[in-house]
Design a binder for this molecule. Structure first.
Ligand code: HEM
Length: 441
């Protein structure tokens, strides 16, 4: 077997396939109380999980994926020698990494929604579809895997759904920019970005640094798996709107400030291609809306270096470091209702994003981006500002918009996104799921 050809029939669909648009999704968190029953659950779930080559749904845009936390692997009885081969961040779990992630104050694990971040979070089942009927059918298939099994408890759930026009709660079009992955057959969205080595996302393949990076052992367990990060992120939409209003003199200026913070107009149109005015046709045109680089804009007059998308993917901008080793697959889904247009006071309803990262390296991908690029600015030579959309701001920092003759400094950046909880998980390949099911004694 050629070890470098992606085994799509063993890789979970949820790792490689962009989610359908529009979508509905449900996340279930499962606790395993009895390791033997947990193994039985793995066996049954392995028949429900869709693979990257052929999703089980006839519609091809419905699938179930299954991920396990470190505690989950432990409870199933994975031997110590094998557990030790998983990445240190994964073994610690997300709550223990709070400091590195900026999960402090109201975002700190002590304030998380229970039981997120607790040792009871063992298995995360995600079902996603383009329509409710099909989602319900898939969820029913999931329920049949544990119905009647004592020793398995669903301890938490979250329903998500696409908001109108594929926007997230702040009102920006989401789900636009994705890396291309060698051998996946799934195209990327930026023709200027060379496809990334598959090993950046799927364990067991060459990555951008090494021909044979180390993976969790035994090989049958690690190969074709990925790490996945789940984060429930509450969005303070009213506060975001008030910030725009109090720092802009007109409705047009508010939209421009919002675009400068994101790096795109709410329509999805990138400032890199239309810096002065929105272009909604461009925003929805997937052939063009991610076809740009930053090298013609070193100072950030069009797209501020501190904007969300330029921080999260600086492309060819001059920064300290190598962008290609910090890329990620994102699978965000929105929860909660839209805050009606024009409302500036919080209505007390929870809304936000179930953020999901997929990659082969929690440390140099997710944690690096979250700590160095989102919550610091030295990599692009900025002051001590944070990501103006999703950073761990505390009201004392600024957001700088490069301008001639003088930059515009928007002071008092509050925190618009609060972490409600999450976990680091491992998304095993199908063979690995069956290996887990066969664990003995
Ligand atoms: C509630 C929190 C967040 C919101 C509302 C948000 C919103 C967005 C939006 C609207 C885009 C542009 C559209 C697109 O390319 O899909 C985007 C891009 C992106 N975001 Fe976020 N995001 C959030 C949190 C995060 C986090 C926590 C990370 C990673 C640690 C992240 C990483 C990225 C990346 C990598 C891109 C693509 C950048 C590019 O290639 O141009 N985002 N986000």
């Amino acid at each position: 077997m050629d070890q470098s050809v992606l085994e799509l029939s063993d890789i979970q669909s949820g790792a490689l396939r962009p989610r359908p648009a529009p979508y509905v999704a449900t996340y279930l968190l499962v606790r395993i109380d009895d390791h033997k029953v947990g193994r039985e659950l793995m066996r049954k779930l392995s028949a429900v999980v869709a693979t990257a080559d052929h999703p089980t749904s006839p519609l091809k845009d419905t699938w179930v994926s299954v991920a396990l936390s470190f505690q989950g692997l432990k409870v199933l009885g994975v031997p110590e020698a094998s557990l030790d081969t998983f990445s240190p961040e994964f073994r610690e779990g997300m709550a223990a990494r709070a400091k590195q992630l900026g999960d402090e104050g109201e975002s700190s694990p002590s304030n998380w929604e229970k039981p997120l971040g607790s040792p009871d979070a063992h298995v995360v089942v995600t079902a996603i579809s383009s329509n409710k009927g099909q989602l319900e059918a898939e969820l029913e298939r999931v329920r049949t895997t544990y119905r009647g099994l004592s020793g398995i408890t669903v301890i938490w759930g979250q329903d998500c759904h696409a908001l109108p026009n594929e926007k997230e709660a702040f009102g920006f079009k989401d789900g636009i920019s994705h890396p291309a992955i060698e051998g996946s057959g799934i195209p990327g969205s930026n023709p200027n970005e060379r496809p990334l080595k598959a090993g950046e996302f799927i364990l067991g393949y060459p990555d951008e640094i090494a021909h044979a990076p180390s993976i969790p052992q035994p090989e049958v367990l690690g190969r074709n798996g990925s790490y996945i990060v789940f984060r429930k992120l509450h969005q303070r939409v009213a506060e975001f709107r008030r910030y725009l209003k109090s720092n802009a003199s007109s409705a047009e200026a508010e939209e421009l400030l919002a675009a400068k913070m994101m790096g795109r107009w709410r329509s999805g149109a990138p400032l890199a291609l239309c810096p002065m005015h929105d272009d909604p046709m461009l925003g929805t045109d997937s052939q063009r809306n991610n076809n740009f680089l930053f090298k013609d804009d070193p100072i950030g007059y069009k797209t501020p270096a501190g904007s969300h998308i330029r921080r999260m993917n600086p492309r060819d901008a001059n920064i300290a470091g190598v962008v290609r080793i910090h890329r990620m697959i994102r699978r965000g889904t929105s929860y909660g209702p839209v805050l009606p247009d024009g409302v500036l006071e919080d209505d007390g309803i929870d809304r936000g994003l179930m953020f999901a990262f997929v990659g082969a390296n929690l440390g140099r991908q997710f944690e690096f981006v979250q700590s160095e690029w989102m919550n610091q600015s030295s990599f692009f030579g900025g002051d001590s500002e944070r990501d103006p959309v999703a950073g761990a701001a505390d009201g004392s920092g600024n957001f700088d918009v490069p301008k001639r003759p003088l930059r515009q400094r928007v002071p008092g950046l509050p925190r618009f996104v609060v972490t409600r909880g999450g976990e680091y998980c491992f998304l095993p390949g199908l063979r690995a799921m069956r290996w887990l099911a066969d664990l003995n004694p």
